[in-house]
Design a protein around this ligand. Structure first.
Ligand code: FES
Ligand code: FE2
Length: 470
Protein backbone atom coordinates (compact mmCIF):
# COMPACT_ATOMS: atom_id res chain seq x y z
CA UNK A 1 0.00 0.00 0.00
CA UNK A 2 2.94 2.31 0.47
CA UNK A 3 4.23 2.28 -3.07
CA UNK A 4 5.39 5.47 -4.70
CA UNK A 5 2.42 7.39 -6.07
CA UNK A 6 3.37 8.32 -9.59
CA UNK A 7 1.27 11.43 -9.87
CA UNK A 8 1.30 14.04 -7.13
CA UNK A 9 -1.73 15.50 -5.36
CA UNK A 10 -0.68 18.94 -6.65
CA UNK A 11 -0.95 17.66 -10.21
CA UNK A 12 -4.69 17.20 -9.65
CA UNK A 13 -5.06 20.97 -9.43
CA UNK A 14 -4.48 21.05 -13.17
CA UNK A 15 -6.47 19.21 -15.83
CA UNK A 16 -5.87 15.44 -15.87
CA UNK A 17 -7.32 12.46 -17.67
CA UNK A 18 -7.11 8.70 -17.20
CA UNK A 19 -7.93 5.58 -19.20
CA UNK A 20 -11.36 3.91 -19.08
CA UNK A 21 -9.99 0.40 -18.48
CA UNK A 22 -10.86 0.65 -14.80
CA UNK A 23 -14.53 0.85 -15.78
CA UNK A 24 -14.72 -1.38 -18.81
CA UNK A 25 -12.06 -4.04 -18.91
CA UNK A 26 -12.62 -7.62 -17.76
CA UNK A 27 -8.90 -8.02 -17.35
CA UNK A 28 -8.86 -5.00 -15.01
CA UNK A 29 -11.71 -6.52 -12.98
CA UNK A 30 -9.71 -9.75 -12.66
CA UNK A 31 -6.69 -7.75 -11.53
CA UNK A 32 -8.77 -6.00 -8.86
CA UNK A 33 -9.47 -9.43 -7.36
CA UNK A 34 -5.77 -9.82 -6.65
CA UNK A 35 -4.40 -6.33 -6.27
CA UNK A 36 -7.21 -4.30 -4.73
CA UNK A 37 -9.84 -6.13 -2.67
CA UNK A 38 -7.49 -8.47 -0.75
CA UNK A 39 -5.19 -5.59 0.18
CA UNK A 40 -7.39 -2.75 1.31
CA UNK A 41 -9.51 -1.89 4.34
CA UNK A 42 -13.19 -2.00 3.47
CA UNK A 43 -16.39 -1.52 5.38
CA UNK A 44 -18.19 -4.83 5.93
CA UNK A 45 -21.23 -3.80 8.00
CA UNK A 46 -22.37 -1.70 10.95
CA UNK A 47 -21.60 -2.98 14.46
CA UNK A 48 -25.27 -2.60 15.44
CA UNK A 49 -26.08 -5.53 13.14
CA UNK A 50 -24.35 -8.04 15.41
CA UNK A 51 -25.22 -6.95 18.96
CA UNK A 52 -25.26 -10.41 20.61
CA UNK A 53 -22.52 -13.00 20.97
CA UNK A 54 -22.99 -15.53 18.16
CA UNK A 55 -24.48 -12.98 15.69
CA UNK A 56 -22.72 -13.31 12.35
CA UNK A 57 -22.88 -12.43 8.65
CA UNK A 58 -20.94 -12.90 5.45
CA UNK A 59 -19.34 -9.98 3.64
CA UNK A 60 -18.79 -10.85 0.00
CA UNK A 61 -16.58 -8.93 -2.40
CA UNK A 62 -15.45 -10.12 -5.83
CA UNK A 63 -14.45 -13.79 -5.40
CA UNK A 64 -13.89 -13.49 -1.67
CA UNK A 65 -16.29 -14.10 1.16
CA UNK A 66 -15.58 -13.27 4.78
CA UNK A 67 -17.42 -14.51 7.87
CA UNK A 68 -17.71 -11.88 10.59
CA UNK A 69 -18.91 -13.04 14.01
CA UNK A 70 -19.30 -11.53 17.46
CA UNK A 71 -17.47 -13.68 20.03
CA UNK A 72 -17.68 -11.41 23.08
CA UNK A 73 -19.80 -8.53 24.33
CA UNK A 74 -18.68 -4.93 24.16
CA UNK A 75 -16.31 -2.98 21.98
CA UNK A 76 -12.93 -4.35 23.09
CA UNK A 77 -10.61 -5.40 20.25
CA UNK A 78 -11.20 -9.07 19.55
CA UNK A 79 -14.92 -9.00 20.46
CA UNK A 80 -15.65 -9.39 16.75
CA UNK A 81 -13.67 -11.85 14.61
CA UNK A 82 -13.38 -12.31 10.87
CA UNK A 83 -12.34 -15.37 8.84
CA UNK A 84 -12.22 -16.34 5.22
CA UNK A 85 -15.35 -18.29 4.38
CA UNK A 86 -13.52 -21.39 3.19
CA UNK A 87 -12.82 -24.80 4.65
CA UNK A 88 -9.09 -25.52 4.88
CA UNK A 89 -9.66 -29.18 3.92
CA UNK A 90 -10.58 -29.06 0.25
CA UNK A 91 -11.83 -25.55 -0.13
CA UNK A 92 -15.60 -25.78 0.13
CA UNK A 93 -17.23 -22.52 1.16
CA UNK A 94 -18.30 -23.02 4.77
CA UNK A 95 -21.38 -20.88 4.25
CA UNK A 96 -22.88 -20.95 0.75
CA UNK A 97 -23.09 -17.46 -0.78
CA UNK A 98 -25.21 -17.73 -3.93
CA UNK A 99 -24.85 -14.81 -6.37
CA UNK A 100 -27.66 -12.34 -5.89
CA UNK A 101 -27.82 -12.87 -2.13
CA UNK A 102 -26.75 -9.70 -0.32
CA UNK A 103 -25.27 -11.47 2.71
CA UNK A 104 -25.94 -14.60 4.73
CA UNK A 105 -26.74 -13.94 8.37
CA UNK A 106 -27.63 -15.64 11.60
CA UNK A 107 -27.61 -15.67 15.38
CA UNK A 108 -26.40 -17.88 18.21
CA UNK A 109 -23.68 -19.43 16.14
CA UNK A 110 -21.23 -21.53 18.13
CA UNK A 111 -19.64 -23.51 15.34
CA UNK A 112 -19.39 -23.86 11.57
CA UNK A 113 -19.58 -27.37 10.12
CA UNK A 114 -18.32 -27.94 6.59
CA UNK A 115 -20.95 -29.62 4.43
CA UNK A 116 -18.43 -31.73 2.51
CA UNK A 117 -16.54 -33.92 5.06
CA UNK A 118 -17.76 -32.45 8.31
CA UNK A 119 -14.69 -30.61 9.55
CA UNK A 120 -15.89 -28.28 12.31
CA UNK A 121 -14.70 -24.90 13.58
CA UNK A 122 -15.64 -22.88 16.65
CA UNK A 123 -16.48 -19.17 16.63
CA UNK A 124 -12.79 -18.36 17.07
CA UNK A 125 -12.05 -20.19 13.83
CA UNK A 126 -10.27 -23.06 15.60
CA UNK A 127 -10.72 -26.55 14.27
CA UNK A 128 -12.67 -28.71 16.73
CA UNK A 129 -13.37 -31.83 14.66
CA UNK A 130 -11.69 -33.79 11.87
CA UNK A 131 -12.76 -37.26 10.82
CA UNK A 132 -9.82 -39.70 11.00
CA UNK A 133 -7.02 -37.22 11.67
CA UNK A 134 -4.57 -40.14 12.24
CA UNK A 135 -4.58 -40.73 8.47
CA UNK A 136 -2.44 -37.60 7.97
CA UNK A 137 0.38 -39.19 9.98
CA UNK A 138 0.87 -36.22 12.29
CA UNK A 139 0.93 -33.57 9.53
CA UNK A 140 -2.12 -31.72 10.80
CA UNK A 141 -1.66 -28.85 13.19
CA UNK A 142 -3.81 -25.89 14.29
CA UNK A 143 -2.03 -23.67 11.79
CA UNK A 144 -3.17 -25.64 8.75
CA UNK A 145 -6.57 -26.78 10.03
CA UNK A 146 -8.01 -23.54 11.45
CA UNK A 147 -9.90 -20.95 9.43
CA UNK A 148 -7.74 -18.29 7.78
CA UNK A 149 -8.01 -15.10 9.82
CA UNK A 150 -8.92 -11.69 8.42
CA UNK A 151 -7.88 -8.41 10.03
CA UNK A 152 -10.76 -6.51 11.58
CA UNK A 153 -11.21 -3.17 13.27
CA UNK A 154 -14.06 -0.87 14.14
CA UNK A 155 -14.42 2.87 13.58
CA UNK A 156 -17.49 5.10 13.65
CA UNK A 157 -19.76 2.13 14.30
CA UNK A 158 -18.55 0.48 11.08
CA UNK A 159 -16.81 -2.89 10.99
CA UNK A 160 -13.87 -2.76 8.59
CA UNK A 161 -12.03 -5.83 7.36
CA UNK A 162 -8.72 -6.25 5.59
CA UNK A 163 -7.58 -9.58 4.11
CA UNK A 164 -3.96 -8.40 4.24
CA UNK A 165 -2.68 -9.43 7.67
CA UNK A 166 0.25 -7.04 7.30
CA UNK A 167 -1.96 -4.06 6.47
CA UNK A 168 -1.41 -0.79 8.31
CA UNK A 169 -3.78 -0.16 11.25
CA UNK A 170 -7.24 1.07 10.23
CA UNK A 171 -6.81 4.47 11.88
CA UNK A 172 -3.53 5.05 10.02
CA UNK A 173 -5.26 4.14 6.78
CA UNK A 174 -8.20 6.48 7.47
CA UNK A 175 -5.80 9.28 8.44
CA UNK A 176 -7.37 12.73 8.14
CA UNK A 177 -10.78 11.21 7.37
CA UNK A 178 -10.84 9.73 10.89
CA UNK A 179 -9.29 12.82 12.49
CA UNK A 180 -12.07 14.99 11.09
CA UNK A 181 -15.05 12.65 10.93
CA UNK A 182 -14.60 11.06 14.38
CA UNK A 183 -16.13 14.27 15.75
CA UNK A 184 -19.47 13.30 14.19
CA UNK A 185 -19.72 10.23 16.46
CA UNK A 186 -21.20 7.99 13.76
CA UNK A 187 -20.98 5.12 16.27
CA UNK A 188 -23.96 6.66 18.06
CA UNK A 189 -26.07 6.64 14.89
CA UNK A 190 -28.26 3.73 13.80
CA UNK A 191 -29.66 2.57 10.47
CA UNK A 192 -32.73 4.47 9.29
CA UNK A 193 -33.05 2.46 6.08
CA UNK A 194 -30.77 0.41 3.82
CA UNK A 195 -31.20 -0.63 0.22
CA UNK A 196 -29.28 -2.47 -2.44
CA UNK A 197 -29.64 -3.42 -6.06
CA UNK A 198 -27.64 -5.06 -8.82
CA UNK A 199 -27.13 -2.17 -11.21
CA UNK A 200 -25.79 -2.19 -14.81
CA UNK A 201 -22.58 -0.20 -14.42
CA UNK A 202 -19.09 -0.70 -13.04
CA UNK A 203 -18.80 -0.21 -9.26
CA UNK A 204 -16.67 2.90 -9.85
CA UNK A 205 -19.15 4.42 -12.29
CA UNK A 206 -21.82 4.02 -9.60
CA UNK A 207 -19.72 5.39 -6.78
CA UNK A 208 -18.50 8.35 -8.81
CA UNK A 209 -22.08 9.43 -9.53
CA UNK A 210 -22.19 10.48 -5.87
CA UNK A 211 -18.75 11.99 -5.44
CA UNK A 212 -19.29 15.55 -6.54
CA UNK A 213 -22.05 18.21 -6.55
CA UNK A 214 -20.87 19.39 -9.99
CA UNK A 215 -23.62 17.19 -11.49
CA UNK A 216 -26.46 18.80 -9.52
CA UNK A 217 -27.07 21.59 -12.04
CA UNK A 218 -27.30 19.11 -14.92
CA UNK A 219 -28.99 16.19 -13.18
CA UNK A 220 -31.03 17.53 -10.27
CA UNK A 221 -32.13 20.78 -11.91
CA UNK A 222 -35.08 21.14 -9.53
CA UNK A 223 -32.69 21.60 -6.59
CA UNK A 224 -31.31 24.84 -8.05
CA UNK A 225 -34.45 26.72 -7.05
CA UNK A 226 -33.26 27.01 -3.45
CA UNK A 227 -29.49 26.64 -3.44
CA UNK A 228 -26.34 26.89 -5.51
CA UNK A 229 -24.22 23.79 -5.88
CA UNK A 230 -20.82 25.17 -6.77
CA UNK A 231 -18.35 22.92 -4.98
CA UNK A 232 -14.72 22.53 -4.01
CA UNK A 233 -13.08 19.16 -3.63
CA UNK A 234 -9.90 18.17 -1.91
CA UNK A 235 -7.64 15.16 -1.58
CA UNK A 236 -6.69 13.84 1.84
CA UNK A 237 -4.20 11.10 1.00
CA UNK A 238 -6.19 8.03 -0.03
CA UNK A 239 -9.49 9.76 0.62
CA UNK A 240 -11.22 12.95 -0.50
CA UNK A 241 -13.85 15.49 0.44
CA UNK A 242 -16.15 17.89 -1.34
CA UNK A 243 -18.06 20.85 0.02
CA UNK A 244 -20.11 23.76 -1.18
CA UNK A 245 -18.12 26.71 -2.38
CA UNK A 246 -18.78 30.19 -3.72
CA UNK A 247 -17.71 31.12 -7.22
CA UNK A 248 -17.01 34.59 -5.90
CA UNK A 249 -14.38 34.39 -3.12
CA UNK A 250 -15.89 37.38 -1.29
CA UNK A 251 -18.96 35.30 -0.37
CA UNK A 252 -17.05 32.39 1.09
CA UNK A 253 -18.10 31.38 4.60
CA UNK A 254 -17.27 28.17 6.41
CA UNK A 255 -20.86 27.09 7.11
CA UNK A 256 -21.58 27.13 3.41
CA UNK A 257 -19.50 23.98 2.93
CA UNK A 258 -21.83 21.74 4.96
CA UNK A 259 -25.23 20.27 4.23
CA UNK A 260 -26.90 22.59 6.75
CA UNK A 261 -26.44 25.87 4.93
CA UNK A 262 -28.56 28.85 4.02
CA UNK A 263 -30.80 28.75 0.98
CA UNK A 264 -30.29 31.36 -1.73
CA UNK A 265 -32.61 34.27 -2.39
CA UNK A 266 -33.99 37.36 -0.70
CA UNK A 267 -35.17 35.77 2.52
CA UNK A 268 -32.82 33.15 3.97
CA UNK A 269 -35.41 32.31 6.68
CA UNK A 270 -37.72 30.96 4.00
CA UNK A 271 -35.23 29.67 1.45
CA UNK A 272 -33.28 27.73 4.08
CA UNK A 273 -36.47 25.90 5.01
CA UNK A 274 -37.34 25.31 1.35
CA UNK A 275 -33.84 24.05 0.61
CA UNK A 276 -33.65 21.64 3.54
CA UNK A 277 -37.21 20.35 3.06
CA UNK A 278 -36.66 19.74 -0.63
CA UNK A 279 -33.43 17.87 0.08
CA UNK A 280 -35.01 15.87 2.88
CA UNK A 281 -38.07 14.76 0.95
CA UNK A 282 -36.45 14.01 -2.38
CA UNK A 283 -33.37 12.28 -0.94
CA UNK A 284 -35.47 9.60 0.74
CA UNK A 285 -35.50 11.39 4.12
CA UNK A 286 -31.76 11.00 4.49
CA UNK A 287 -29.97 14.29 3.74
CA UNK A 288 -31.27 15.84 6.94
CA UNK A 289 -33.52 14.93 9.90
CA UNK A 290 -37.10 15.63 10.87
CA UNK A 291 -35.82 17.78 13.75
CA UNK A 292 -33.81 19.99 11.37
CA UNK A 293 -36.70 20.34 8.92
CA UNK A 294 -39.17 21.22 11.69
CA UNK A 295 -36.81 23.77 13.24
CA UNK A 296 -36.28 25.32 9.79
CA UNK A 297 -40.05 25.56 9.28
CA UNK A 298 -40.23 27.93 12.28
CA UNK A 299 -37.53 30.33 11.08
CA UNK A 300 -39.96 32.83 9.56
CA UNK A 301 -42.03 32.92 12.75
CA UNK A 302 -39.07 33.11 15.10
CA UNK A 303 -36.77 35.60 13.36
CA UNK A 304 -37.36 39.18 12.15
CA UNK A 305 -37.33 39.94 8.44
CA UNK A 306 -33.88 40.90 7.24
CA UNK A 307 -31.97 38.56 9.57
CA UNK A 308 -28.63 37.88 7.84
CA UNK A 309 -28.03 34.34 6.52
CA UNK A 310 -25.31 33.60 9.07
CA UNK A 311 -27.64 34.46 11.97
CA UNK A 312 -30.46 32.42 10.43
CA UNK A 313 -28.21 29.34 10.36
CA UNK A 314 -27.00 29.94 13.93
CA UNK A 315 -30.57 30.25 15.22
CA UNK A 316 -31.70 27.21 13.25
CA UNK A 317 -28.90 25.05 14.63
CA UNK A 318 -29.51 26.25 18.18
CA UNK A 319 -33.23 25.50 18.13
CA UNK A 320 -32.82 22.12 16.38
CA UNK A 321 -30.18 21.17 18.95
CA UNK A 322 -32.58 22.09 21.79
CA UNK A 323 -35.45 20.17 20.14
CA UNK A 324 -33.26 17.10 19.83
CA UNK A 325 -31.97 17.41 23.41
CA UNK A 326 -35.59 17.48 24.63
CA UNK A 327 -36.17 14.05 23.04
CA UNK A 328 -32.91 12.61 24.26
CA UNK A 329 -30.73 13.15 21.20
CA UNK A 330 -27.63 14.99 22.34
CA UNK A 331 -25.57 16.57 19.56
CA UNK A 332 -21.82 16.04 19.48
CA UNK A 333 -19.79 19.21 20.09
CA UNK A 334 -17.93 19.72 16.85
CA UNK A 335 -15.39 22.57 16.76
CA UNK A 336 -16.29 25.07 13.98
CA UNK A 337 -12.95 24.58 12.24
CA UNK A 338 -13.57 20.82 12.09
CA UNK A 339 -17.10 21.37 10.78
CA UNK A 340 -15.69 23.60 8.05
CA UNK A 341 -12.93 21.13 7.17
CA UNK A 342 -15.44 18.25 7.13
CA UNK A 343 -17.28 19.80 4.19
CA UNK A 344 -20.25 18.02 2.69
CA UNK A 345 -19.28 14.49 1.72
CA UNK A 346 -16.32 12.11 1.89
CA UNK A 347 -14.97 9.38 -0.26
CA UNK A 348 -13.26 6.74 1.85
CA UNK A 349 -11.06 4.63 -0.41
CA UNK A 350 -11.95 2.48 -2.19
CA UNK A 351 -15.74 2.18 -2.22
CA UNK A 352 -17.38 4.09 0.61
CA UNK A 353 -19.10 7.43 0.40
CA UNK A 354 -20.44 9.40 3.39
CA UNK A 355 -22.47 12.62 3.26
CA UNK A 356 -22.48 13.68 6.88
CA UNK A 357 -24.48 15.93 9.17
CA UNK A 358 -24.23 16.46 12.90
CA UNK A 359 -26.91 13.85 13.68
CA UNK A 360 -27.17 11.87 10.44
CA UNK A 361 -25.33 10.53 7.42
CA UNK A 362 -26.30 9.34 3.96
CA UNK A 363 -23.91 6.68 2.73
CA UNK A 364 -23.17 4.73 -0.43
CA UNK A 365 -21.14 1.64 -1.16
CA UNK A 366 -20.55 -0.24 -4.39
CA UNK A 367 -18.84 -3.53 -5.21
CA UNK A 368 -18.33 -5.63 -8.32
CA UNK A 369 -21.07 -8.10 -9.21
CA UNK A 370 -19.84 -11.37 -10.68
CA UNK A 371 -17.14 -11.15 -13.33
CA UNK A 372 -18.86 -8.45 -15.36
CA UNK A 373 -17.28 -4.99 -15.33
CA UNK A 374 -20.67 -3.66 -16.48
CA UNK A 375 -22.46 -4.63 -13.27
CA UNK A 376 -22.19 -3.76 -9.63
CA UNK A 377 -23.88 -4.22 -6.30
CA UNK A 378 -24.95 -0.70 -5.44
CA UNK A 379 -26.04 0.17 -1.92
CA UNK A 380 -27.28 3.22 -0.12
CA UNK A 381 -28.20 3.60 3.52
CA UNK A 382 -29.08 6.31 5.97
CA UNK A 383 -27.96 6.42 9.59
CA UNK A 384 -29.26 8.79 12.23
CA UNK A 385 -28.94 9.52 15.92
CA UNK A 386 -32.04 8.29 17.79
CA UNK A 387 -33.12 8.50 21.41
CA UNK A 388 -31.91 5.40 23.30
CA UNK A 389 -33.82 2.42 21.87
CA UNK A 390 -35.81 4.62 19.45
CA UNK A 391 -34.18 3.37 16.24
CA UNK A 392 -36.28 1.54 13.65
CA UNK A 393 -35.66 -2.13 12.82
CA UNK A 394 -34.15 -2.35 9.38
CA UNK A 395 -32.57 -4.88 7.10
CA UNK A 396 -30.99 -4.83 3.64
CA UNK A 397 -33.83 -4.51 1.16
CA UNK A 398 -33.30 -5.34 -2.49
CA UNK A 399 -34.98 -2.44 -4.29
CA UNK A 400 -35.41 -1.75 -7.99
CA UNK A 401 -33.74 1.58 -8.79
CA UNK A 402 -36.91 3.67 -9.00
CA UNK A 403 -37.99 6.99 -7.52
CA UNK A 404 -40.64 5.23 -5.40
CA UNK A 405 -37.99 3.04 -3.79
CA UNK A 406 -35.00 5.36 -3.47
CA UNK A 407 -36.42 8.90 -3.73
CA UNK A 408 -36.54 11.09 -6.83
CA UNK A 409 -32.98 12.47 -6.48
CA UNK A 410 -31.36 9.03 -6.39
CA UNK A 411 -33.53 7.96 -9.31
CA UNK A 412 -32.06 10.88 -11.26
CA UNK A 413 -28.57 9.66 -10.39
CA UNK A 414 -29.49 6.12 -11.47
CA UNK A 415 -30.71 7.58 -14.76
CA UNK A 416 -27.11 8.60 -15.57
CA UNK A 417 -25.03 5.69 -14.33
CA UNK A 418 -25.92 3.02 -16.91
CA UNK A 419 -25.51 5.54 -19.72
CA UNK A 420 -22.12 6.68 -18.49
CA UNK A 421 -21.09 3.03 -18.54
CA UNK A 422 -22.41 2.75 -22.08
CA UNK A 423 -21.03 6.08 -23.28
CA UNK A 424 -17.50 5.40 -22.11
CA UNK A 425 -17.32 2.51 -24.60
CA UNK A 426 -17.76 4.86 -27.52
CA UNK A 427 -14.82 5.03 -29.92
CA UNK A 428 -15.47 8.74 -29.89
CA UNK A 429 -14.82 9.09 -26.16
CA UNK A 430 -11.37 10.56 -25.61
CA UNK A 431 -11.30 9.84 -21.85
CA UNK A 432 -12.70 11.62 -18.80
CA UNK A 433 -12.09 15.36 -18.37
CA UNK A 434 -12.98 15.89 -14.72
CA UNK A 435 -13.32 19.38 -13.29
CA UNK A 436 -10.00 20.17 -11.52
CA UNK A 437 -11.68 22.18 -8.74
CA UNK A 438 -14.99 20.40 -8.25
CA UNK A 439 -14.17 16.79 -9.13
CA UNK A 440 -10.73 16.38 -7.56
CA UNK A 441 -12.20 13.72 -5.28
CA UNK A 442 -12.70 11.61 -8.40
CA UNK A 443 -9.23 12.24 -9.81
CA UNK A 444 -7.65 11.54 -6.42
CA UNK A 445 -9.52 8.23 -6.38
CA UNK A 446 -7.97 7.32 -9.74
CA UNK A 447 -4.55 8.52 -8.58
CA UNK A 448 -4.67 6.12 -5.61
CA UNK A 449 -6.33 3.32 -7.54
CA UNK A 450 -3.62 3.50 -10.20
CA UNK A 451 -0.98 3.25 -7.52
CA UNK A 452 -2.44 0.07 -6.08
CA UNK A 453 -3.31 -1.46 -9.45
CA UNK A 454 -0.01 -0.52 -11.08
CA UNK A 455 -1.83 0.85 -14.14
CA UNK A 456 -4.14 3.66 -15.21
CA UNK A 457 -2.15 6.56 -13.76
CA UNK A 458 -3.87 9.87 -14.55
CA UNK A 459 -1.88 12.00 -16.94
CA UNK A 460 -1.59 15.76 -16.77
CA UNK A 461 -3.15 17.61 -19.70
CA UNK A 462 -2.48 21.09 -18.38
CA UNK A 463 -0.92 22.42 -15.22
CA UNK A 464 -2.90 24.73 -12.98
CA UNK A 465 -2.44 28.26 -14.33
CA UNK A 466 -0.06 30.36 -12.20
CA UNK A 467 -2.01 32.91 -10.19
CA UNK A 468 -1.28 36.41 -11.40
CA UNK A 469 0.42 38.67 -8.86
CA UNK A 470 -2.02 41.39 -7.74
S1 FES B 1 -13.87 -29.49 2.26
FE1 FES B 1 -14.55 -29.05 4.23
S2 FES B 1 -14.45 -30.89 5.28
FE2 FES B 1 -13.74 -31.38 3.33
FE1 FE2 C 1 -26.84 13.20 -7.52
Amino acid sequence: MNKQVNIRVEDLEGAVTYPTDAFLSREYLEAEKHLLWPRVWQMAERVEDIPAVGDWFTYNVADDSIIVIRVAEGTAPGAIKAFHNVCPHRGRQLVDTPPGVHSVRGHNRKSFVCGFHGWTFNALGENTYILDPQDWGGALNPECTSLSPVKLDVWGGWIFINMDLDAEPLLDFLGDAARILSHFEFEKMRYKWRKWTVYPCNWKTGLEAFMEPYHVAGTHTQLLAYGDYYAYSKAYGMHGVSGFDQRDPQFKMSESSTVTRAGKGEDPRLSTYQLIRENYETLNYAASTETLVNAASRLVAELPEGTPAGDVIAHWMKSAKADDAARGVIWPEIPPEILAEAGLAWHVFPNMSVLQGVTFALCYRSRPFGDDPNQCIFESYAIERYPEGGEPRTEWEESEPTAENWGSVLAQDFSNMAWVQRGMKSHGFRGPLPNPHQERKVTNFHRNLADIMGRGTPSVIARKPETQPA
